[in-house]
Structure formats: C-alpha cells, structure tokens
Design a protein. Structure first.
Length: 177
C-alpha cells in the first residue's frame, strides 16, 4: 500500500489479530476510548476494517515497523458510520502500541496517508477527532497540518452515551492552473 522511512502501511494479515487484540486491551492505548476491547471485539474490528477496504478501496492500514517487521497498530482512512454535522466525510486516524509512542511514527505514517488521500484518491478534505484531553493525538493532527474547527466540536454517539469530541480538518491544497 504505502511505505515511509520507518513504516510499512499494508493490508491486514491473520497474524496481526493477536498483537492487535493486545494493543486494544492495553489501558494506556485505550485511555481515551470508551473501554478496552476483548479479543472478540478486536477481531470484529479487523473484520470491519477489511470490509471497509473492500467497499471503499481504502481503509485503516496495518502499520508495520520496518526495522523489526512488527505489527504496531494502524494508520489510515475510514468513513465514520455515525451522523454528525460534518458527515459524510473521510476520517484519518491511528492507533499505535504504546511501546512505539514518542518516536514520531504516527505523524510519519499520517503524513503519508494524507499524501495518498489527496494525490491518489482525490479526496478533497479529511477530518480527525478525539476527546479534548487526548493531547498526543491532537498534536499529531496539528503536525500533519490539520486545523481545529472551533465551531465543530460535537457529541459523538456511542454505546456508553455521547462523548464530547474536538474536530480537526485538513483540505486538499489547490493547485493553480
């Protein structure tokens, strides 16, 4: 799919399911999510990601660390399934193992995904959102050029009730004719 200096962004493999489940069970990784996920819930998420790829031709790519060939999480694109004032849209997102935090890997991978979205897929704009306290993800959003939509904060629906989210946007650069 795509490669960067330190990452391989690719389709998912069966062997990714166990480390993905461990990642989704890690309280540090899931700190700003409603809860950690069971093995069954994690596998269902992989099934959903694979179905999204088949349906839309893009999705949340498995992220592999180039130097040790380890699965470390995902970075990619998805179409949110909930209704909000900014949907339909394409979201850029990431979830990496805590062992790989603080190295700029989410930013590196997200920059490549932005390039791919704009240049290869012709997508006009991307969104990303998180809870206000998630400063690590918000920092990645800002490093890849996203701007906070100050009028865009919203309550994301969920099984456990709505959760307040901050919204960031990035528009495809316009090339002069």
């Amino acid at each position: 799919m795509a490669e960067t200096e330190r990452l391989i962004l690719r389709h998912w493999r069966q062997s990714d399911r166990l480390p993905f489940s461990a990642l989704n069970a890690d309280k540090r990784v899931m700190e700003f999510m409603p809860r950690t996920l069971s093995q069954q819930e994690s596998d269902a998420m992989v099934d959903w990601i694979e179905a999204h790829f088949r349906l839309h031709g893009f999705g949340l790519c498995a992220a592999e660390f180039r130097f040790d060939r380890r699965f470390i999480g995902f970075i990619g694109l998805s179409i949110p399934s909930f209704q909000a004032h900014f949907t339909p849209c394409v979201e850029i997102g990431w979830r990496l193992s805590a062992d790989y935090w603080g190295q700029g890997l989410a930013t590196e991978g997200a920059r490549e995904v932005v390039r791919y979205a704009f240049e290869n897929l012709g997508i006009e704009s991307l969104v990303s959102f998180t809870v206000p306290a998630n400063t690590r993800s918000r920092r990645v959003m800002e490093k890849i050029g996203m701007l906070r939509d100050l009028d865009g904060d919203f309550d994301r629906p969920g099984e456990d009730g709505p959760r307040r989210q901050v919204l960031y946007r990035l528009f495809r650069p316009q090339v002069p004719n």
